[in-house]
Write a protein that binds this ligand. Structure first.
Ligand SMILES: *[C@@H]1O[C@H](CO)[C@@H](O)[C@H](O)[C@H]1NC(C)=O
Ligand SMILES: *[C@@H]1O[C@H](CO)[C@@H](O)[C@H](O)[C@H]1NC(C)=O
Ligand SMILES: *[C@@H]1O[C@H](CO)[C@@H](O)[C@H](O)[C@H]1NC(C)=O
Ligand SMILES: *[C@@H]1O[C@H](CO)[C@@H](O)[C@H](O)[C@H]1NC(C)=O
Ligand SMILES: *[C@@H]1O[C@H](CO)[C@@H](O)[C@H](O)[C@H]1NC(C)=O
Length: 366
C-alpha cells in the first residue's frame, strides 16, 4: 500500500516538474545557484545553465545550448511575451500577473493549467514573440545559425529592387516551431490545442511583415528604390491576437470528437463545441475549457482577484467598474492630480508650462 502511495507521489511530482513553460525565462529569479546572476557568468556557463532549467524538455535544452547568445534571445522572447500580455490584459479581470505564488513551477501560477481562452492567448503570443525575437536577433547578426533573409531576392520585382537586410521570419518561425512545439503531444487534446495556437501566433507575425523602401539616386530622383522586409512591432501582433482571443473558438475534447480515418491513420480535427459555431481556421485561437473564476483570489492557482483594481466608472467594457469588480461594487477616492498646463512657446525654442493641480475621482473595486 505504502509502495503504491509512494509511486503515486513520485508521479505527481513528475507531473508538477513537467509543468511550467519556457516563458519562465522571463522570471528574474531564474538564475544560477551561486547567486551570481550577471550576464557574463550566465553566458560562459551557458550549457550548464540551459541544463539546469528544469522546465525545458530535452529538445529545448539542446536548442538552448546552441550558443551563448541563444539564452538571451529566448529570455528576450519570454520577457516581451509577458510584457505584451500584461499590456493587452491590463483592463481584464486576469491581468496576466506573474510570480503570484512562490511555490508554483510556472511564473503565471497555476492559471494556465486550465485549457482556457487565456491559455490559448498566452501560448499563441509566446510562440509569436519567440519567432519575432529570433528573427530580430538573426538580422542583428547575433546568432550564427541565421542572418538576413536571402530568399526574398530570388523574386525580382519590376519597379524596385531588394536590398538591405530583410528580416528572416521563416527562420524565426522554424526555430519557434522546433523549440516550442517540441513539448507538445499531438495525441492529447491539450497538445493539439497548444500546437494550433502556437501556429496561429506565428502566422500573426508572418502575416504582418512589412515592406519598407528607401530611395537612392540623384537628389530626390528616386531612380533606384531599394526595399526590404521588416518585422512588425510586437504590439501589432499583440493587438491582432487579442482580437483572435475575443473571437476564440470553444472546441471539443477528444472524447467528443469524431475520428476520421485517412490513409489508415486516425485524424483528429478540432471541431467547434456547438454545431452552429464557425470552424476555426489556422489563424484563429482555440480553447477547450471555461476559464477559472478570476474575481476572487485563489492562492493555489495564483489568481489575485480584482479587489483593489482601478476601474472606470463610465465604461461599459471590461475595465468598467461593473464588470471588473464582479458586482461587489467600488469605492471612490479623491486623488490629487498634477499635469502640465497653459503651455506657451518661448522664442526660440522652448515650451514653458505651468503645473496645474486638480482633484480627480479614482474608483477602486471592493
Ligand atoms: C559575479 O560575477 C561578476 C563577473 O564575473 C564579478 O565581477 C562579481 O564580483 C561576481 N559577484 C559575486 C557576488 O560573486
Ligand atoms: C507554499 O508552500 C508552503 C510549504 O509547503 C506552504 O506553507 C505555503 O502555504 C505555500 N504558499 C502558497 C501561497 O501556496
Ligand atoms: C479566419 O477566420 C477569421 C475569423 O475568425 C477571419 O477574419 C480570417 O480572415 C480567416 N482567415 C483565413 C485565412 O481564412
Ligand atoms: C494586476 O492586478 C493586481 C491587483 O489585482 C495588481 O497588484 C498588479 O500590479 C496588476 N499587475 C499588472 C501587471 O498590471
Ligand atoms: C473611461 O471610459 C470612458 C468610456 O469608455 C472613456 O471615454 C474614458 O476615457 C475612460 N477613462 C479612463 C481614465 O480610461
Amino acid at each position: 500500500m505504502t509502495l503504491i502511495w509512494r509511486a503515486l507521489g513520485t508521479l505527481l511530482l513528475l507531473v508538477q516538474a513537467a509543468f511550467g513553460s519556457w516563458w519562465n525565462l522571463a522570471a528574474p529569479r531564474v538564475t544560477s545557484e551561486s547567486g551570481n546572476s550577471s550576464l557574463e557568468t550566465v553566458t560562459t556557463l551557458h550549457k550548464e545553465y540551459c541544463h539546469r532549467l528544469e522546465f525545458l524538455v530535452e529538445r529545448q535544452r539542446q536548442l538552448c545550448m546552441l550558443s551563448d547568445k541563444m539564452i538571451q534571445v529566448l529570455q528576450t522572447g519570454a520577457v516581451q511575451a509577458v510584457e505584451e500580455c500584461q499590456h493587452q490584459f491590463r483592463h481584464s479581470r486576469w491581468n496576466c500577473s506573474t510570480n503570484t505564488n512562490p511555490n508554483s513551477t510556472d511564473i503565471f501560477g497555476g492559471v494556465l493549467k486550465f485549457k482556457s481562452r487565456e491559455s490559448a492567448f498566452v501560448h499563441a503570443l509566446s510562440s509569436a514573440a519567440l519567432a519575432h525575437a529570433v528573427a530580430r536577433a538573426c538580422s542583428r547578426g547575433e546568432l550564427n545559425e541565421c542572418s538576413c533573409d536571402a530568399r526574398v531576392r530570388k523574386r525580382t520585382p519590376r519597379h524596385w529592387q531588394w536590398g538591405g537586410c530583410s528580416e528572416d521570419i521563416r527562420y524565426g518561425e522554424m526555430f519557434s516551431r522546433d523549440f516550442i512545439d517540441s513539448k507538445e503531444d499531438k495525441n492529447t487534446d491539450e497538445g493539439l490545442m497548444n500546437l494550433h495556437n502556437h501556429e496561429a501566433g506565428r502566422r500573426a507575425v508572418r502575416g504582418r511583415m512589412q515592406r519598407v523602401c528607401k530611395c537612392h539616386g540623384m537628389s530626390g530622383s528616386c531612380s533606384v528604390r531599394v526595399c526590404w522586409r521588416r518585422l512588425p512591432q510586437l504590439r501589432l501582433v499583440g493587438d491582432a491576437l487579442t482580437t483572435r482571443y475575443e473571437g476564440a473558438s470553444y472546441v471539443k475534447r477528444f472524447t467528443l470528437q469524431i475520428v476520421e480515418r485517412k490513409r489508415g491513420k486516425n485524424i483528429r480535427k478540432l471541431r467547434p463545441l456547438h454545431a452552429d459555431m464557425k470552424k476555426p481556421n489556422k489563424t484563429d485561437l482555440v480553447f477547450l475549457e471555461d476559464s477559472p473564476d478570476y474575481c476572487e483570489p485563489n492562492d493555489e492557482l495564483g489568481i489575485l482577484g480584482t479587489r483593489g483594481r482601478t476601474c472606470n466608472r463610465t465604461s461599459a467594457g471590461l475595465d468598467g467598474c461593473r464588470l471588473l469588480c464582479c458586482g461587489r461594487g467600488y469605492q471612490t477616492r479623491v486623488r490629487d492630480h498634477e499635469e502640465k498646463c497653459r503651455c506657451r512657446f518661448v522664442w526660440c525654442c522652448k515650451v514653458h508650462c505651468e503645473l496645474c493641480r486638480s482633484k480627480r475621482d479614482h474608483h477602486v473595486c471592493n
